[in-house]
Design a protein around this ligand. Structure first.
Ligand SMILES: CCCCCCCCCCCCC/C=C/[C@@H](O)[C@H](CO)NC(=O)CCCCCCCCCCCCCCC
Ligand SMILES: Nc1ncnc2c1ncn2[C@@H]1O[C@H](COP(=O)(O)OP(=O)(O)OP(=O)(O)O)[C@@H](O)[C@H]1O
Ligand SMILES: [Ca+2]
Length: 545
């Protein structure tokens, strides 16, 4: 064993056996890196160097091994002492797996020294959760939530020495109500096993509880909400799993469990939705009126069909081709760095999201000021028209059905919403628009589609405007003029409903405002170029150094 001087803690270098061969194994404290290399690779074989950053080590365990020599006969030798390192391995398409490597030697003291050192290194990973509260929806998606958790996730949590309190929900809103009762502050995170609806429930419980404990009235649409520092982890087991897909890049329970274990943290914008000073809901993914509202309305009656209900209702809604008349007024996001037409996507460590970090404090400072920038003054824009869809998205809304999502360049944590207005057009044109959700073509490059990056918006359907019961403030005052200027038109008399992250809203007249980075997920955003090969494994790493 070699322990060169220098640095605060010397690095550990030993010759340890991996299989039948001796490898040089190094633990570098300063860089937080475990590596092993074959000093004499067999002729004709490329000598591999393997690197695992401490932040991606899942666990270290003492292991019982029995040594067998290459001829297959038991070798008479001193008892081997071994330890296994479990670590993250990147597989295809943003998938993570738990890989393991077992090193052994005959020196018990050396083996213990390595186990001790690696465990100390793991102790330094301060953002990792130790205690989690887990809610499982046994009826979400394909009704596999309980099995997925027990077979794929619980063994990993136990390997990583994470203790859990598990609640299997018995009815809708069970998790949400429970979050108002339990001592949430003893947990390092809340995990939900289910789909977007289950995530939404847990998010409402957590945000609502934090506001209650901080004395914030959620019914006040202008109240500066208090940020939630308790992270939420999503184990995907739903029908769409859009929040998971758009923040991790894949809907895979093992990948999500590993992001939780390594203690990832991804801030997320949350929109609050009000009607006449009454709080309705929060939204993180899609808030959609018209097409997506109608799909939801129809699909709720078909829950028994399982995950294909959305395709069935989608087809039916497409054929019905309803459009809705109403007025949207919105406050454009002035100081954000990006635009919805950018080619660049929000990815791990996104610069635009990092720059937006100070927005919550600024919002807090501005609260109560009569003419603060956040209120927008005369910058509000009003658009009146006939719409097939009004989609307000806080993130790309990428999901397995649409891998780039409804707004591919939307950011997870930039404090803005992308507002997409799809005006009345022919069925054929609407189909062309939908098809572009599934291919590489620009879905905003149509005359009947507009997209704006905004901070706030209001919507009132024509129906409600006429009956004078819509949103009664800035937008309403402005709409008056438009109503006089335009002749009444013969659009669909019925209202659509709002699809709020897969749940329906009770009102069609709403006002919406985004709260920058209100909550955090156990995720890191989608990793760039993390496609086919492991970044830190085998010889690819050599090229990085
Ligand atoms: C020709 C193929 C076009 C395919 C177009 C696919 C676009 C898919 C876009 C999905 C966007 C999902 C946004 C996320 C929403 C979630 O917060 C929410 C809760 O989980 N999910 C839904 O509301 C569930 C929404 C489910 C939407 C399913 C839409 C299916 C549309 C099918 C249209 C068929 C037309 C065929 C004509 C021949
Ligand atoms: N035990 C339960 N019985 C009935 N409903 C439940 C139960 N637990 C949770 N729910 C509700 O089920 C709804 C749907 O669950 P979930 O989101 O997990 O699946 P999904 O709707 O199939 O998936 P997605 O939202 O991704 O489309 C949630 O809104 C949640 O409130
Ligand atoms: Ca956003």
């Amino acid at each position: 064993m070699e322990q060169p001087a220098g640095g605060r803690r010397p690095r550990l270098v030993s010759s340890l056996a991996l299989g039948q061969r001796a490898w040089e194994v190094t633990l570098e404290w300063e860089r937080g890196l475990l590596s092993w290399r074959d000093p004499q690779p067999p002729r004709g074989r490329h000598g591999g160097n393997c690197f695992v950053p401490a932040s991606e080590i899942i666990a270290v365990e003492e292991t019982e091994i029995e040594k067998q020599c290459s001829s297959g006969k038991w070798q008479k030798m001193a008892k081997p002492h071994a330890f296994t390192v479990y670590y993250v391995k990147r597989a295809q398409k943003h998938r993570w797996q738990c890989n393991e490597v077992t090193f052994w030697c005959v020196d018990e003291q050396l083996c213990n020294q390595w186990i001790q050192a690696l465990k100390e290194l793991l102790e330094l990973q301060k953002s990792r959760p130790k205690q989690l509260l887990v809610y499982i929806n046994p009826y979400g998606g394909k009704q596999q939530g309980k099995r997925i958790y027990e077979q794929k996730v619980a063994p990993l949590f136990s390997l990583a020495s994470i203790s859990t309190d598990v609640v299997i929900t018995e009815h809708a809103n069970h998790a949400k109500d429970n979050l108002f009762e339990v001592n949430i502050y003893k947990y390092d995170g809340i995990v939900c096993v289910g789909g977007d609806g289950m995530f939404s429930e847990v998010m409402h419980g957590l945000i609502g509880r934090i506001q209650k404990d901080s004395g914030i009235d959620q019914n006040n649409p202008k109240a500066p909400l208090v940020q939630c520092n308790i992270r939420i982890g999503i184990i995907p087991a739903g029908s769409t799993d859009c929040v998971c897909y758009a923040t991790v890049g894949v809907t895979d329970p093992v990948t999500s469990a590993l992001h939780i274990i390594v203690g990832d943290s991804q801030p997320l914008d949350v929109s609050s939705i009000h009607h006449n000073n009454t709080f309705l809901k929060y939204s993180v993914s899609l808030l959609g009126y018209g097409f997506y509202g109608d799909i939801l309305k129809d699909s709720e009656k078909k829950r028994w069909m399982g995950t294909i209900r959305y395709d069935f209702s989608g087809f039916k809604t497409f054929l019905s081709h309803h459009y809705y008349e109403g007025t949207v007024s919105f406050l454009p996001a002035k100081h954000t760095l990006g635009s919805p037409r950018d080619k660049k996507r929000c990815r791990t460590g996104c610069y635009i999201c990092r720059q937006s970090k100070q927005q919550p404090e600024e919002q807090q400072k501005n609260y109560g000021l009569e003419h603060n920038e956040d209120e927008g003054g005369d910058d509000w824009r009003v658009i009146k028209g006939k719409f097939l869809a009004i989609n307000a998205v806080n993130m790309s809304c990428a999901c397995p059905r649409s891998p780039k999502g409804l707004s591919p360049a939307a950011h997870l944590a930039d404090g803005s919403i992308d507002l997409i207005l799809v005006r009345k057009c022919s069925r054929f044109n609407f189909l062309r628009y939908l098809v572009r959700h599934t291919n590489q073509d620009d879905q905003f490059d149509f005359t009947f589609v507009e997209v704006y990056r905004i901070k706030k918006f209001q919507f009132t359907s024509k129906h409600l405007e006429d009956s004078d019961s819509g949103v009664k403030d800035v937008g309403k005052k402005r709409f008056g003029q438009f109503c006089r200027d335009h002749p009444a038109c013969c659009c669909n008399l019925s209202n659509s409903i709002w699809n709020c992250d897969g749940e329906t809203l009770d009102s069609s007249a709403i006002e919406v405002r985004v709260h920058c980075q209100l909550m955090k997920l156990f995720a890191r955003g989608i990793e760039e170029n993390s496609n086919d090969e492991a970044i830190y494994n085998q010889s690819t790493v050599e090229q990085l150094l």
